[in-house]
Design a binder for this molecule. Structure first.
Ligand SMILES: *Cc1c(COP(=O)(O)O)cnc(C)c1O
Length: 396
């Protein structure tokens, strides 16, 4: 692998939008540009390009089309009140993309700093259309897939050619989560026994396209998402594309934030999940309590399996103090009810969920300094006359 060409931000090839393009802040639905970086087994990473968003073409027998050899990431670019752009813990996404790619036999040997430089340039070009209101952002969808023929019997399991690209959009889940700011009663989940999202030894902990396409049809009308179950005990794992938590009153007076552990490989290791674990744990240990004003001192995070029976029992005995989901898309959202085996269960709401949401959103938008360097400030990128000229150039 080491003799192959490394991924190099300095060889970026940039094609400005045509002179006819007029920026329409507030009206665009997608970012106008996309980043593409080809890879092949012989020469490694090819020249990164940023050019107008466009359709992709593949051989009809490409691995991505035949066997769903594709993985992705979900990230957001936020604009602060001062107008600068931020990415939230981008290296976490890059590392997770490497893990997913390795699981699929795709290349996963890039230097994260090089990739970050390219991402930063891509979003810097979209600065005029990145919204600056709370709760809005430019969504980034990095995708890595096999473009070479990937069917039948191959000599080895690895892709011969691949493409890493980043497309962006402004309309992810718009209007989907009206109660996500903690006001209303929260979203309703349908605990699904018919389709299983993930199982031990499967691919649930990787962000693979195949994990989503195979369970999309589980969603029932009237419910925001499916609550995925696994095992004889109906353990809950995740809901839709987010990690889930319950808040429980423990016998020793502590308030417990309980979420599923990662060790059985069923749950996607969410960056939002990990950030909330760190925030609550540090707060409970008195390390960095400033961003969690209003959170009780006696709190702890517990990572373990949660059977549906425990949710029902804790609702009955009053120890259930709330439930929420978290992920880049929703940030933090209250779960207000679950349908399970034909019965509706109402979950009490909890103001601490909104506190967590405001804290994470505040960090993402550069309003709350959590002291850990989680918010990456995107440098400005001044390509002279970067819009309205039809020439191509290598930018160093
Ligand atoms: C992406 C994703 C999450 C959330 O991960 P974040 O890094 O917090 O965005 C959770 N569950 C699933 C299944 C996901 O695909």
């Amino acid at each position: 692998m080491s003799s192959l060409g490394p991924l190099k931000a300095s060889s970026l090839y940039f094609t400005p939008l045509p002179p006819s393009h007029v920026v329409q802040p507030g009206k665009e639905t997608h970012g106008r540009y996309m980043l593409t970086i080809p890879w092949n087994r012989v020469s490694g990473w090819g020249q990164p390009k940023i050019a107008a968003r466009q359709d992709l073409t593949f051989d009809p027998l490409a691995g991505v089309l035949q066997y769903a050899v594709t993985c992705f990431e979900g990230m957001k670019c936020y604009k602060t009140d001062k107008g600068d752009l931020r990415l939230f813990r981008p290296n976490k996404n890059f590392d997770r993309l490497k893990r997913s790619a390795a699981r699929l036999g795709l290349p996963h040997d890039w230097d994260n700093d090089e990739l970050l430089e390219l991402f930063a340039k891509l979003v810097a070009l979209e600065a005029p259309i990145v919204p600056d209101t709370d709760g809005s952002s430019l969504y980034l969808r990095p995708t890595l897939l096999e473009t070479s023929e990937g069917f039948g019997i191959k000599e080895d399991a690895y892709a011969a050619e691949a493409l890493l690209y980043v497309a962006t959009t402004l309309n992810l889940g718009q209007g989907l989560y009206p109660s996500s700011d903690g006001e209303g009663k929260g979203i309703k989940l349908d605990a699904c026994k018919e389709y299983i999202r993930a199982w031990p030894g499967g691919t649930g902990s990787y962000k693979l396209g195949a994990n989503y396409g195979t369970v999309n049809i589980a969603k029932k009308p009237g419910y925001a998402m499916s609550l995925w179950l696994h095992g004889q005990e109906d353990f809950i794992s995740e809901a839709g594309g987010m990690n889930v938590w319950i808040i429980k009153q423990a016998a020793d007076g502590f308030l417990e934030f309980v979420t599923m552990g990662l060790e059985n490989g069923i749950v996607l290791p969410g960056v939002t999940r990990e950030s909330i674990i760190e925030l609550i744990t540090d707060h409970g240990e008195g390390k960095k309590d400033f961003p969690l004003d209003g959170m009780p001192k006696k709190v702890r995070v517990v990572q373990r399996d949660i059977p549906m029976s425990e949710i029902i029992e804790s609702l009955a005995d009053g120890t259930m103090k709330g439930m929420f989901g978290c992920g880049t898309g929703v940030v933090v959202v209250t779960v207000g009810g679950i349908q399970y085996q034909g019965k509706q269960h109402t979950i009490p709401s909890n103001p601490l969920i909104k506190l967590l949401r405001d804290t994470v959103t505040g960090i993402q938008r550069g309003k709350v300094d959590e002291g850990r360097g989680w918010s990456f400030k995107v440098p400005e990128w001044n390509v002279e006359g970067k819009e309205g000229q039809d020439e191509e150039r290598v930018v160093v």
